[in-house]
Write a protein of this length. Sequence first.
Length: 317
Amino acid sequence: MVETPQGLAPGADLDRWLGNLLDGTDMAGTVEVTQFEHLIDSSNATPDDWRAIVDDLWAHRDAADAFVVLHGTDTMAYTSAALSYALTGFGKPVVLTGAQYPLGVVGSDAAPNVTGALRAAASGRLDGVAVFFGHKLLRGNRVTKVSSWAFEGFDSPGVPALALAGAPWQWNEPGQSGCGWADPEPYGRHDVLVLDLAPGISAQRLAAVLDPAPEAVVLRAFGTGNMPNEEPGLADVLTQTMAAGVPLVVASQCVQADVLLGHYEASHALASGGAISARDMTLEALYAKLVFLLSQGVRGAELARWMGANVAGELTL
């Protein structure tokens, strides 16, 4: 990012910056940079961009031992989750990173994040997709952005970090890897609605949001998946939506949660209506997984089954 009259926008000289950063180190001359012609603020990222990154990684797969993807922080957790599903057969480590401060600002976290990502990618200990940020290496589909300003801007609240940078690095067991997905179809854009419940939401408002019906709904409910079941007509709107064939996946608004539909009476209507539990998936991993499955042509009962399956380590089973 560089300063413009309209605010920060893409435009820094990454090649020169990275060359200066690595000059005189043991990584000098070992890193090759490729760059998309049109750079974007990550707030503009869509599944089309996930597809472009996946395609570019496969195009260069045989030319490198490991890969680092530099990405804006706003949607990096969505992209890292999306890459984890699409690259289960890639066979080489992929590490995403970015910075809270632009690389040209004194005190920027860009240098330690990029060098840390390079170290992680070249470590020989990493398999799959990860995020390196704020001296922590995190599983790519377990990560969420927890701060817009802190240098430790990302965390994986449901599982331990893969590694903590230091002298030496401290590595943890990688955990469950998932069953993978052979020869996935490319990502496409799909109409997935993310809806937060809030005290006082009415059935009329909810019905208006769901008309016309999306392809799938992520309902961010309270606690372990609870909803205001005494609000007149609210449960009916949701059960009618599911009865019309729209998959409804219930997540929690809590940073750490395991959605247990039917555990409380307040979620009985969701459970009996056929809602799908997100279990302990982050919002980013859940949204990307829905888009991934829809891009594979998965629908109905098969979609519900795959939402409960561990594709790339996104779930604790």
